[in-house]
Each structure stands twice: as C-alpha cells, then as structure tokens.
Design a protein around this ligand. Structure first.
Ligand SMILES: Nc1ncnc2c1ncn2[C@@H]1O[C@H](COP(=O)(O)OP(=O)(O)OP(=O)(O)O)[C@@H](O)[C@H]1O
Ligand SMILES: [Mg+2]
Length: 875
C-alpha cells in the first residue's frame, strides 16, 4: 500500500484562498494516492495511520506543560511590576527586600500554575463530555474485501484516507475532498470571512486553484449532505496553519475589561508610589536613597498578587460544581463569570419556548398542501441523504402517511434542494412512474418565501398573507406549499427553478409551550435578566407564544425592517424590542452585536441550530442544549444538560431555561467571590499604603521595615485564598455580577481611608502604651503595627464580604474564611512573641497595648459596619 500523500495538502500559503491540493488529479487518482477508496479504510489500517499521524486535534488544544504555564504566569502585569521592583531593590543591594519579593513571585506563580493546570484538566474532562463525533465508513478488522459499515467515532480518531459522511449541522472534521454531495453548502467564515455559506460539489478534474470540491476543518455544513475523503488531519490541516499565523482571538468580556481597567489603575499607582515616597522623604525628612527599599515595599504592598489564583480557583470550582449538580458544562473558564454578568439573554423560540414537537393541525391544513409537503419532505430526506428529518418534516410525513399509505410509491425522486435557513425553502423534484416527459417541483417553506415565488396577483397574495397572519396569531407554525409542472430535462435543477409556482395551500402545526418556560422567564426577570426572542419563525407565532407565557411581546420587528438601519439605530431599537421574527442567521448575529455595542451590557445567546451559529459566536456567552447540532455544541461556551425526565419530553430534551438559571447562579457565585477578594484586598492594601506614607512622614524612623511589610503581605495573601471557597450572600446572586471600575475604585478609596484611620488610631495607642515604657520604641512600634494590621485585615475579611449588609446577626460564615481569619489573628498576635520576631525586627509588647488595641478594633468594626450600610443604601 502506498503511503498517503498528505504532505501536498499541508498549507504552504495559508493566507491564500483555498489552494487546491490536487490540480489535475481525478477523484479516483487522489483516493488511490491516499491509499483509500470509495469504501473507506479498514479498522486495522486506520489504527496504523492513527499511530503514524497522531490524533486529529488542532495544536493549541492540548493542556500546557509546566514550563509554559510558569512562563505564562510570569507575563502577568502584576508579576512583571513585582519583578521590576525586586530588580530595583537588588540594584541598591537591599537583598532582604529583593529576596522576599522573589519568594512572593514564586509563591504566586507556583499557586497560579498549579491552579491553572488543575482547571485545564478539569475543563478538558468537561469538554470531552460534549465532544463531537464524525460518521465514518470503515470495514471491520483487516479485511479489505468486507462490507463497509457506518460508525460514529470521536473526531480525534480520524485519519487521512478515511471516508466520512456530512450532514446539516456537522462540523467539517478534517480537510476533505468531496466524493458525492447533494445541495451541500458550507459555512467557512473562519477562513474566508464570507458570512454566507458557499456551495460545494465534487469536481472530478479540478483546475488549478479550484476549491469547490474541498472543505476545510473548522467549517460547518449549513445545508445538504455529502461523503468525502479525509486529506489532512490535526496539525496538517489548513485550520491549524491559520491558527499558527493568526492566533485565535476573542473580544474581551465585560468582566475581563473591568478587571483589566482596575489592574491598570493599580499598576499606575504602584509605579508612581516609589518616586513619590522618595521625594516626600527627601523633602520633609532629608532622607536619601536609603528609603528606596521601603518605597518599593509600599508599592508591593498594593499588589493583589493572588488575583489570578483566586480567579482560576473560584471559576474552576464553580464549573465543576455546576457540572456535577446540574450537568451544565462550561467549556471556557471565563464564560462562567460572563454568564453571571449576563443582563440580556437572547433565545430562539422553537425548542426553547415551544417544545419543537409539532403536530399537524388537520382542521386548518389543506389536504392537498399536506400531500405535496409530504412528497417534498420524503424525497428531500431520501435524495439528500439527510441523517435525520427535522421536526416539521417528520410531522408532515407521519400525518400524510396515516391518511395515504401509498403516497411514497406514487412518485420517483429526481433531485432535491434541501432546506436552508436563508432561503427558507425545501424543494423536491419528483416524477410519476410512467410519466417520463414531465416532473413536478414540490416546494415548501416559510409563507413569505413561498408566496414571493408563486405566480399570484397582488390581491390574492395579500389575502393569503392575511390568512397566514391570522393562523400564526393563533400560535400555529406554518408551511406554505406550492408546486410546478415542468418538462423533464438533463440539466441539473437549482434554486433558480423555484419560480412561477402554483400555490397549493398551508400546512398548520401546533407546537406546545415548554411547561417550565413561563416560570423560568419570570425567574430570569426577577434576577435582572431581560429576555429577547430572536426567531426565524413568523412574527405572529412568536408574539402569541410570548403572550401565552405571560410576557408582553411589544412591537414585534421582522428582520427585513432592520436592514435599512445603521448599527447605532439598530442598537437603540434592539434595546426597546422584545421579539425579532423572520431572522436569518446573519440577522441574529447582527442583533446580538448591536445589543453588545457600547460595552455596557453582557449578552448571552441560546440556540441549537445551524442558523444560530453566527449569533452564538457574536454573543459574550454562547449557550446551547446538549442535543444541539454538533457545530453549535462546538461553538457554544456553555452546554446545557439534558433535561431530566419529568422536566420535559423525554425523547427531545430541548433547551431548558431553568438550567440557564442554575448556570447564572453559579456564575454570580464565582464572580461574587472574586469581587469580594478584590474589594477586601484592595481596600486594606490602600489603607496600609496611606497609613505607611503618613507615618513615614510623621515618624523619625521607617514605620515598617520592608521585610515586615512583605511578611504581612504574604500572611494576608494566604488567608485571602479562602475567598475562592466562600459562599456569597443571597443579595450577590440577585443581580448580574458586574464590576463597574468607577464604583469599585470609590469603594476601595472609602474603605481604604477608613482602614488608614484605624492604623493612625493605633499609632496613638502605641504612643500611649510605649510612653510608659523605657527603651527603644522602634521594634515595639513595628510589632504593634504588625499585630494591628493583621487583625484589622481579618476584620475587613469578615465584614466586607459581598452583599453582607451587616444588619441583624452575622450570617454564618463558611468555615474556610472563618478559619483563615482565625489563623491570621493567631499569627498577628503570636508572631511578635516568637523567636522569629527578633530577625524580623520586632519585640513583645506590653499587655496594656492589647487593651487599647481591642478598643481601636471595636471602634473600627463599628465604623466599618456603619459605612458599609450607607454604601449599600446608596448602591
Ligand atoms: N423542513 C422545512 N422545510 C421547509 N420549510 C421549513 C422547514 N423548517 C422550517 N421551515 C420554514 O422556515 C421557517 C423558520 O424555521 P423555524 O421556525 O424552524 O425557525 P428557526 O429560525 O429555527 O426558529 P428559532 O430561531 O425560533 O429556532 C419556518 O417558519 C418554516 O416556515
Ligand atoms: Mg432553531
């Protein structure tokens, strides 16, 4: 057997549009060169090739190695600033400070890498649960003459030479060459930027540069079906090459932007601090460069170095819990906090609000229309080799066959133009046995799209549209049906033939509401999430469904009325509108993008079809149900569980809005913990910095030695890790979890000043306590402040947790935070009494000091509670 020639498909010029890997080679020659044939490979040969070529996974999807993770955590801006400050300390030979900074960096990078690795492997495990499969043709064992069978295998196991089947909603699993195709259109926006699907068909002898017969990994089937031979897999695909050159980038989410904004404000602060401290020291105290280590330590004191660790841990824990308890899979870690921040949720109608289990309503269906709709559905299904009929087709065939079991034998299929969500039509060309000279086009589709292709006068068309509006207003889904008799011909039929049709009638379907939808919509509303419906269906049907669910549909917009609007106009309109009907895939995406514009909102999109792909990509968070088409599952950030029995129809789980509620709670939970960490850390760090700067100017000596600043920083950081395991108050779960940088900075400034006031009060206490005692005050001062600092930080941790309003009895603090605070207090009180105190420059304190300190802390706690209550009232 010849070795497969896949090298020529390796993209030498990835940017060029779809290079042909096989100019001048016929399909059969190409199959031979791949050591394959129309009947695919044997299992044994596939196994050998898998060993040779490796798994079919694009590079960059494997977990990162330790060194790479460590390198990545070193790229964090806070770490970079810390390292710079360490370097500055080393240049002035402040080795102690430099060493402590190094320890700090090592600890935070180590924790971060470990956390990310754990999170990565947990995520990979979750993604595997919803991984896509491919339908491949293989012969069992090593028996090349055996009959081939179709089998579903994980996409990762495809090898060059495999023959695969493709249907609507499938991902193109590798780079392939088409062997056969029926009405195949492929969405390949990922490479070419073309937003509309492009037609693909086999070409037996392709010209140079021709690519109609090639489909590339990363594309997806928008309509039609095909069988194809795999040319290249894994790192050899064009998709992999494009990723190497361009890198896969996604726009930052609202949360990322907030954290980014806050981080950069802090970094500017950190960089400004040392020169300011130096200048103030020089001007007021005549100090020179000897203050530099202290200045550096103050800047380091500001850093929330545990931020990445807390973010990763909180999100990974939240995702794991969500998967375990509700079966909801988060495929991209940050998507969890994004869904917590979602304030606009766009959903489709069919399958989300209604069950997508249509039943023909015989009283309002024209029998002739039903007949032709069934003929069209049956032959499209046969000729296009669609893997599964869609729900409307299934209902039509069921109903028509009950009435007329011989329906199928009455015709022969000629060709089919399968349904696509832009044309909204499906056509089968059939012939009566014996009637060789003529064929019949049986066309069904949306009312508007069918009527505009019918030969009708304006009055008749208007009458039919009004009739359709009336039926839709009753909540019915509709198919319009039309036919045309044409002379038979050899030239292939195309969508251009769907013209001058004769209108036959309407088929009407009932589609029951999802029983849990009304409650779920109310819940979402109460939790600050606005729901919008973006559907491909008729405006009347959509409005009626919403009304039946207890929501006011308001002004329903159809997509064609949006085309003339500019993006800004659309954005304003979109915020006011609840229902968008007759949306093609591109409309859905445009509406989602308009809602996101301005960056004030976080938009989630829930959809399950090929027509939802662009919108799933455009949203901050794409959500799909477990039974969505594979490509939707691949694109979505969050995959919902299958509904449990009793929640909905057992065989068709649908999109359970209740599950979204669970995901939102989990997201808000994790984000709440992250926000608490940031609030607590930054307000106490800021307080310390203010106090240190003022003390530095008031005192004749440094208020804290650099090593002491860093030691307490380390203790505090360790205690803060407990926030990743906290349980925020119910209030934090009631609203979308957004971090508005401006409010946030106001919060930390307010509480920072309060913290500084407590520190300065401690100076008073220290002055009083030490006044009675002879001997050097410096070490005692340091010890006193060290103790006070850790104790106030413990207090802040307990009192500033998200959403706690401080009224009534203190809520039960979950043990991790409580333990951490207790440990912090013990270290704070005990450290100056241990042998470590000496090297750190501290001495034991008189008992009298502790009495004064208790009074300061009590006052501080009262003040904190009062300010927090005021803050929450304003909020
Ligand atoms: N198999 C089909 N054959 C012909 N026409 C169809 C078929 N399926 C749907 N249509 C038409 O296309 C229109 C849009 O389809 P559908 O209602 O499924 O929209 P959708 O965009 O998937 O809805 P949603 O966005 O709410 O899920 C329907 O109103 C129907 O008229
Ligand atoms: Mg849909």
């Amino acid at each position: 057997m010849t070795a497969p020639e896949v090298t020529d498909t390796a993209p030498a010029h990835a940017a060029a549009p779809a290079p042909s890997p096989s100019p001048g080679r016929t399909t059969l020659q190409h199959l031979r060169s791949l050591g394959s044939g129309p009947r695919g490979l044997t299992e044994a040969e596939a196994e050998r090739r898998l060993a040779r070529h490796g798994e079919n996974v694009p590079p960059g999807t494997r977990p990162l190695s330790w060194p790479r993770l460590a390198a990545r955590s070193l790229r964090d801006p806070f770490t970079a600033v810390l390292l710079c400050l360490g370097l500055v300390s080393a240049t002035v030979a402040a080795w102690g400070t430099a060493c402590v900074i190094l320890v700090l960096v090592a600890v935070s990078c180590g924790l971060r890498s470990a956390g990310e690795r754990r999170a990565d492997s947990a995520m990979a495990g979750l993604r595997d649960l919803v991984a896509t499969t491919a339908t491949v043709l293989r012969r069992p064992g090593d028996d090349a003459s055996g009959p081939p069978g179709e089998r579903e295998i994980p996409v990762g196991q495809l090898v060059p030479g495999d023959v695969v089947r493709l249907g609507p909603g499938d991902l193109v699993p590798a780079d392939v060459r088409l062997l056969r195709a029926q009405g195949l259109t492929v969405q390949q926006a990922a490479f070419t930027g073309e937003s509309v699907p492009v037609g693909k068909h086999p070409v037996d002898l392709p010209a140079d540069g021709e690519s109609a017969h090639l489909c590339f990994q990363g594309g997806s089937v928008a309509s039609g079906s095909a069988s194809a031979v795999v040319l290249a897999t894994g790192a050899d695909t064009r998709f992999a090459a494009d990723r190497r050159t361009a890198g896969a980038r996604r726009a930052a989410s609202a949360f990322d932007r907030s954290v980014h904004g806050i981080s950069w404000t802090l970094i500017r602060f950190m960089l400004l601090t040392p020169p300011l401290v130096l200048m103030a020291g020089a001007a007021l105290r005549g100090r020179g460069l000897e203050t530099l280590p202290f200045a550096v330590a103050v800047a380091v004191g500001l850093t929330p170095e545990m931020l990445p660790v807390i973010v990763t841990t909180a999100l990974a824990r939240g995702s794991a819990l969500l998967a375990r308890t509700h079966g909801v899979i988060v495929k991209r870690l940050p998507a969890l906090h994004d869904i917590g921040a979602v304030d606009i949720l766009c959903v489709d109608k069919t399958g989300t609000l209604t069950q997508d289990r249509p039943d023909v309503d015989p009283d309002r269906t024209d029998p002739e229309a039903l007949h032709w709709a069934a003929v069209s559905a049956w032959w499209t299904l046969q000729l296009a080799e669609l893997p599964a009929p869609d729900a409307l087709d299934e209902a039509v065939i069921d109903e028509a066959l009950t009435a007329d079991p011989d329906l199928i034998d009455a015709y022969d299929g000629v060709t089919a133009l399968p349904f696509d969500p832009v044309r909204r039509l499906a056509t089968a060309v059939v012939r009566r046995p014996g009637a060789l000279g003529t064929v019949t086009l049986a066309v069904k589709g949306s009312v508007e799209n069918v009527l505009e292709r019918c030969a009708l006068d304006d009055a008749e068309r208007a009458r039919l549209l009004a009739r359709a509006a009336e039926l839709s207003g009753d909540g019915l889904r509709l198919l319009a049906v039309a036919t045309a008799e044409r002379p038979a011909r050899h030239r292939p039929y195309s969508t251009a033939d769907e013209r001058g049709l004769t209108f036959t009638g309407f088929v009407a379907f009932t589609d029951a509401l999802v029983p849990t939808a009304a409650q779920a919509l109310r819940d979402l509303g109460e939790r600050g999430v606005t729901v919008k419906v973006i559907t491909g269906d008729h405006p009347g049907t959509a409005a009626r469904a919403l009304r039946d669910l207890g929501l006011d549909p308001g002004d329903v917009r159809t997509a064609d009325s949006l085309d003339a609007l500019t993006d800004a106009e659309l954005a304003r309109l979109a915020h006011r509108t609840t229902v968008f009907a007759r949306c093609a895939p591109a409309h859905k995406a445009r509406i989602v993008t308009a809602l996101r514009a301005g960056g004030e909102t976080t938009v989630g999109f829930l959809g399950d079809g090929v027509n939802d792909l662009p919108a799933l990509r455009a949203a901050d968070v794409g959500i799909c149900p477990r039974d969505a088409v594979p490509v939707a599952r691949d694109t979505a950030d969050i995959v919902l569980a299958e509904a449990r029995r009793g929640d909905g129809p057992a065989d068709r789980p649908g999109k359970d809005l209740t599950a979204i509620g669970h995901a939102i709670s989990a997201g808000r939970h994790s984000s709440g913990n992250i926000a608490t960490y940031l609030r607590v850390t930054l307000s106490s760090n800021l307080g310390n910095v203010i106090a240190m700067l003022s003390a530095g100017l008031l005192l004749p000596f440094l208020p804290m030695l650099p090593a002491q600043v860093l030691a307490q920083n380390l203790c505090f950081d360790a205690a803060q890790l407990s926030f990743a395991f906290d349980r925020p108050a119910a209030a934090a779960l009631r609203r979308p979890s957004t971090l508005r940088p401006r409010d946030f900075l106001r919060f930390i400034t307010g509480f920072g000043v309060l913290n500084a006031a407590a520190d300065l009060a401690t100076f008073g206490a220290l002055a009083l306590a030490l006044h009675t005692r002879a001997g050097p005050g410096e070490a005692a001062f340091h010890a006193g402040w060290f103790t006070e600092n850790l104790l106030t930080q413990g207090l802040v941790m307990l009192l500033l947790r998200t959403g706690r309003d401080g009224s009534g009895p203190l809520p039960r603090t979950p043990s991790p935070v409580r333990w951490a605070v207790a440990a912090l207090a013990v270290v704070g009180i005990a450290l100056p009494l241990t042998p470590v105190a000496g090297p750190l420059g501290m001495t034991p304190l008189p008992l009298f000091y502790y009495a004064l300190l208790a009074a300061v802390l009590a006052l501080y706690a009262l003040a904190l509670t009062a300010v927090k209550r005021r803050y929450l009232r304003q909020d």
